[in-house]
Write a protein that binds this ligand. Structure first.
Ligand code: NAD
Ligand code: TYD
Length: 339
């Protein structure tokens, strides 16, 4: 079995590669990644010399490069993690989100059609459904909820989902889609809430909470997401969408307070800053379908997962210190300087 994993030098894709190489010693895993600011080869250092693994630096929008890789490797399965993934960046500059997240998905699926595959899996997000109000705790999104994305990021992901479903219907491409909640764990780029707060706290820098901090996200430990995708590509039904979530809703402010407590830092580091434009209030996904049909259940409780994650950032300072020493400084100044 040969699997192309796009975006495998990023957060979830790299964790997926580690999971697959450990679980299936007879599989060949190829990572195709453009190495944008969010992709780090140092993340893949431990598997670079593994004979079952190959890394290829390429853009999923580059049709020629993608086709060349398909011609060389003839993959059975393609799992597409490659994306521009940060909502704040999409608000600043939507263009690259449309290019990578929509056009790149089309290029990959065209190559799948041309060369033939047994499965194309699109890694999507619960953000395609938009948000829920805080005062209706009984509501959560199912796979049939309407698409109501709020940000350029989430609308580009929703567009890619629609394109994938259209390739199934029109060309019979064997597509599956997963829509997951907010992931946390090792190797997450420090622009996202949890790693940003951990790295800032460790440097005794202010912890910037957007608005009141009452916004709710549905958190899942990254390994549980990777295991869900593993199940979907092996046992999921073609043409189906699977929500993935650990039913773990947390307010941003409570997560940041918890991080302060775990690290022994004062809550006075918390600073409320100008809210994000169009800020989604609450996400909550209903994972009943993947549980009933594929037997998937999350294994890591938030209380344990957050401790493991904080420990990882403490033990792997060099990984994130290298990242925040470069271009990230300009990004941070631009996003948080006058907020
Ligand atoms: P990430 O930003 O950490 O990694 C993205 C990776 O894609 C990077 O390695 C980057 O170099 C690569 N990439 C970007 N543009 C590319 C291009 N044009 N060609 C090839 N490679 C390119 O993202 P992540 O958090 O690991 O998210 C992975 C996927 O999961 C995304 O599709 C995202 O929408 C989805 N998702 C993320 C979350 C989350 O909480 N992080 C939740 C649900 C779904
Ligand atoms: P983020 O990690 O960017 O994920 P998403 O927006 O895709 O859910 O943000 C998670 C939540 O944390 C979101 O409500 C925005 C908030 N947030 C802050 O309050 N401060 C920050 O510095 C960041 C990056 C996010």
């Amino acid at each position: 079995m040969t699997i192309i994993v796009t975006g495998g030098a990023g957060f979830i894709g790299s964790n997926f590669i580690f999971h697959m190489l450990a679980k299936y010693p007879d599989y060949r895993i190829i990572c195709l990644d453009k190495l944008t600011y969010a992709g780090n080869l140092s993340t893949l250092a431990d598997v670079m010399d593994n004979p079952d693994f190959r890394f290829v630096k390429a853009d999923i929008c580059d049709r020629e490069a993608v086709e060349q890789l398909f011609a060389e490797e003839h993959p059975d399965i393609v799992v597409n993690f490659a994306a521009e993934s940060h909502v704040d960046r999409s608000i600043e500059d939507p263009g690259i989100f449309l290019q990578t997240n929509i056009m790149g998905t089309a290029v990959l699926m065209d190559a799948c059609r041309k060369f033939g595959i047994t499965r194309y899996h699109q890694v999507s997000t619960d953000e395609v459904y938009g948000d829920l109000p805080l005062d209706r705790a009984e509501l959560s999104f199912t796979e049939t909820s309407p698409l109501r994305p709020s940000s350029p990021y989430s609308s580009s992901k929703a567009s890619a989902d629609l394109l994938a479903l259209s390739y199934k219907r029109t060309y019979g491409l064997p597509v599956t889609i997963s829509r997951c909640g907010n992931n946390y764990g090792p190797y997450q780029f420090p622009e996202k809430l949890i790693p940003l707060m951990i790295s800032n706290a460790l440097q005794d820098k202010p912890l910037p909470i957007y608005g009141s901090g009452e916004n709710v996200r549905d958190w899942i430990y990254v390994d549980d997401h990777c295991k869900a995708i593993d199940m979907i590509i092996h046992k999921g039904k073609v043409g189906e969408i699977y929500n993935v979530g650990a039913s773990c809703e947390m307010r941003n402010i409570d997560i940041v307070k918890l991080i302060c407590k775990e690290l022994g830092k004062q809550e006075s580091l918390i600073t409320h800053v100008t809210d994000r434009k169009g800020h989604d209030m609450r996400y909550a996904v209903d994972p009943t379908k993947i549980h009933n049909e594929l037997g998937w259940l999350p294994e890591t409780k938030f209380a344990d997962g957050i401790k493991k994650t904080i420990k990882w950032y403490l033990e792997n300072r060099k990984w994130w210190e290298d990242i925040i020493s470069g271009e990230y400084q300009n990004y941070y100044e631009k996003m948080y300087g006058n907020r």
